[in-house]
Design a protein around this ligand. Structure first.
Ligand code: GLA
Length: 732
């Protein structure tokens, strides 16, 4: 049983294959967090000694014992204003204006299967037997009820959490903060690893010890953002890729979020995660429930590499729904960096034809095919095909491309509108903007109010018709600015604090409808590259364009950082032109391909400009990619170097689940004079098995490769790359 309840003690233990999680409701009804970490069997971890009397930490009403204070206890989910001064899960205005919630245990139930969260993306039981624990807490004065949900994925070593917050009183109340979960770690020193960045440089890992302060990772941009990712790792100080304790907290949410960490006066660590409380207020009528997004927790003692692999597997099996997740993706060519918006149907056909001759399987038509979209200042929202620009209808163009034997994909950006469009003229009230103010623009765009049902229904009509009426196999769904002027014309003055979350609920509703109606279409998410790369989006889209930066050397860091939480096959990654359009850097075609093959692979350049020798290379790259694709889908991924600090070269490895094959890739980022040898030790191979190195033909045991490693010849020149396939062979 993955959930164990000892009713007499009100002790709750969650068991996964390698971890345990324990809670206890004491005689006063406080739900304590006792433990999260490596499996501890059936032990009862209730404290025999209590906390010390701590000056200026108050005692709850009616409690005479001075050492009993909410301020010093590890709790599962905090109330507010009643004596715990650390970061809280809730902030409320009760009908009488009081900002108080004192949550006490009511009951607990085990439910079969995995709970669902209405209107929100959430994990589901795949081939894991998941059970749900539901614990109810209540404020006796107002009737505010918090239902804590725990999904226990035994095999996957995941514990998922969310909270349902119900107004159990008889008058409306307001939520100003409604976190999904709190994780109190009573002991231990923890370092925070998080993923910051900017447009074209997403998810750069940073690691630092948690100070005695509050640290906040957040987005206020209306999208999870390029700047902070809704994923954090707490690692014990000496944890490496291969050893040591670490745990992850990943939000299944794509909008404004907060992950806060605080080290308390008594050296305990608290992590609170959920929707950002900045500019958030939600009115709950009597009987209404607010559903928080889900947080995915996982723990391992085997280091950061194993934690990443746990997340990769879990997202692949229990978060991403698309049937494409288990299939090799078509190798595509995208015209964006080849033409930008300067194309017609003939040009697109010529690009497709050339690509097809080299083995590419899908043509993706990017931005600029619709409305009066002459440049990025116009046209968004008018989703009629610009036949004058194309010189043909969309169906004719698709038919010609299909005629080559290729699939066809197309770019859309549903959530946006530009001035000057028919859509804007007809529905200015659909834009997020406040009366009497001209809204800020971003890339000359305005943002539609996705919280409105009429907007979502309209967009559903447009894009379901596009998919129904055309032979489209792939959609690239973009969002090229962040939200400002957060004001919904559909909400009354007192409910404007709901606009940002309602936007996400509307977006998820649209994604739900389109992805379930068109289950065979491969959807790729995008937001100026990886500005909305999160588990919420991955629920609907099996892959996301990882970054608008296609420079392979910068991509080494971006893909490295992204790999801590997200599976490589979810990262859209393309070979683009040299010199690179973002950085001006020259790199070999082979290196660009090696880097792009660490993700969902494609090309994004004018192949017609390449030499015959380069075209021959592309044919070979496509063959290699087809060999590697199965390893990306269900293989094990290892970071062999630290892309942030190892300045000589960056290396990584994919290994088949049965360790019968591995692929090692390596890129020299800074060639050295009088160079020291390039040496790598491999990971995850069968120590007893023999493997043939595709580069030299030499056979080694897995043990030799993982301990003695491989030494490569000196790789001189600009950004040289190597790819080594290792296949298990019978001993000679
Ligand atoms: C974003 C995307 C690019 C491209 C452009 C088109 O920046 O990330 O790949 O689609 O939009 O405008």
């Amino acid at each position: 049983m993955s959930i164990q309840i000892t009713p007499a003690k009100k002790l709750f233990t969650l068991h996964t294959a390698h971890t345990s999680y324990q809670m206890w409701a004491d005689e006063r009804g406080i739900l304590h967090h006792l433990y999260y970490g490596p499996a501890i069997g059936d032990d009862d971890l209730r404290p025999t000694e209590f906390y010390s009397d701590c000056g200026f930490s108050p005692n709850p009403a009616g409690v005479e014992v001075r050492d009993y204070s909410l301020d010093t206890m590890s709790q599962e989910y905090t109330g507010c204003g009643v004596g715990d001064y650390r970061i809280s899960c809730l902030s409320v205005s009760n009908p009488d204006g009081s900002p108080l919630a004192d949550l006490r245990y009511v009951d607990a139930k085990v439910l079969p299967g995995k709970y669902a969260l209405p209107g929100l993306p959430a994990s589901f039981d795949g081939d894991d037997d998941c059970q749900t624990l539901q614990i109810t807490l209540k404020d006796a004065v107002t009737g505010l009820t918090v239902i804590l949900l725990y999904g226990v994925f035994e095999k996957a070593d995941f514990i998922t959490r969310a909270a349902l917050i119900q107004n159990g009183g008889d008058a409306p109340m307001q939520l100003h903060k409604a976190a999904s979960a709190c994780l109190d770690l009573p002991f231990g020193k923890w370092e925070l690893i998080h993923f910051h960045g900017r447009h074209c440089m997403e998810r750069q890992p940073e690691r630092a010890p948690l100070p005695f302060a509050v640290q906040t990772l957040r987005s206020a941009r209306g999208a999870s953002s390029h700047h902070h990712n809704p994923f954090a790792i707490l690692a014990a100080p000496h944890t490496t890729e291969d050893a040591g304790d670490c745990l992850g907290a990943m939000l299944v949410y794509s909008g404004n979020f907060k992950i806060e960490c605080e080290v308390s006066q008594l050296h305990s660590t608290r992590l609170v995660a959920g929707i950002s409380d900045d500019d958030f207020t939600w009115t709950l009528a009597p009987g209404e429930t607010f559903t928080t997004p889900e947080v995915l927790f996982s723990y391992t003692t085997n280091g950061l590499g194993e934690l990443s692999r746990q997340y990769h597997r879990f997202l692949q099996h229990s978060v991403i729904r698309s049937s494409w997740k288990e299939r090799p993706r078509p190798i595509l060519i995208n015209n964006w960096e080849a033409t930008y918006m300067n194309f017609d149907g003939e040009r697109i056909y010529a690009i497709a034809k050339q690509a097809h001759e080299l083995g590419v399987e899908m043509m993706v038509l990017d931005d600029g095919w619709f409305g009066e979209r002459v440049d990025d200042s116009s046209g968004l929202g008018d989703w009629w095909v610009n036949e004058e620009k194309l010189g043909c209808s969309l169906s004719d163009l698709i038919a010609r491309i299909r005629g080559l034997g290729m699939q066809f994909g197309i770019w859309i950006e549903p959530e946006m509108v530009c001035y000057g469009t028919k859509l804007y003229a007809e529905h200015p009230e659909w834009v997020l903007s406040a009366p009497g103010r001209t809204p800020a623009t971003g890339r000359s765009q305005l943002v539609l109010d996705m919280g409105r049902k009429d907007v979502v229904d309209y967009l559903y009509g447009i894009f379901s018709a596009l998919l129904r009426d055309n032979d489209i196999s792939y959609i690239k769904w973009d969002m090229n600015r962040n939200i400002t002027d957060l004001f919904s014309r559909a909400l009354p003055a007192g409910r404007q604090g709901e606009a940002a979350h309602r936007y996400m609920l509307g977006l998820y509703d649209l994604l739900e409808r389109l992805t379930t109606q068109f289950p065979d279409v491969l959807f790729e998410g995008c937001s100026g590259g990886g500005g909305r790369f999160d588990a919420g989006m991955l629920h609907y889209f099996p892959q996301i364009w990882c970054s608008d930066d296609t420079d392979p050397i910068q991509r080494l860091k971006i893909q490295y950082g992204t790999s801590f939480g997200y599976p490589p096959c979810s990262m859209g990654s393309h070979v683009s032109a040299s010199p690179n359009h973002q950085t001006g850097r020259h790199t070999p075609l082979s290196t660009r391909a090696v880097v792009a093959m660490a993700g969902a692979f494609g090309y994004e350049l004018d192949l017609g400009l390449l030499s015959d020798e380069e075209k021959a290379q592309i044919r070979t790259q496509i063959e290699t990619c087809r060999q590697l694709q199965p390893l990306l889908i269900d293989g094990r991924y290892d970071r062999l170097t630290d892309a942030m600090t190892d300045t000589y070269f960056t290396a990584w490895q994919f290994t088949a689940p049965d360790a019968s094959r591995a692929a090692v890739s390596l890129v020299v980022v800074d060639p050295k004079p009088t160079p020291w040898p390039i040496h790598i030790t491999l990971k995850g191979l069968d120590p007893e098995a023999h493997y043939r190195d595709s580069r030299t033909g030499k056979v080694y045991t897995g043990a030799a490769l993982c301990h003695a490693g491989l030494t490569l010849p000196i790789l001189a020149g600009d950004y040289t790359a190597v790819q080594i396939l290792l296949d298990r062979v019978d001993p000679e």
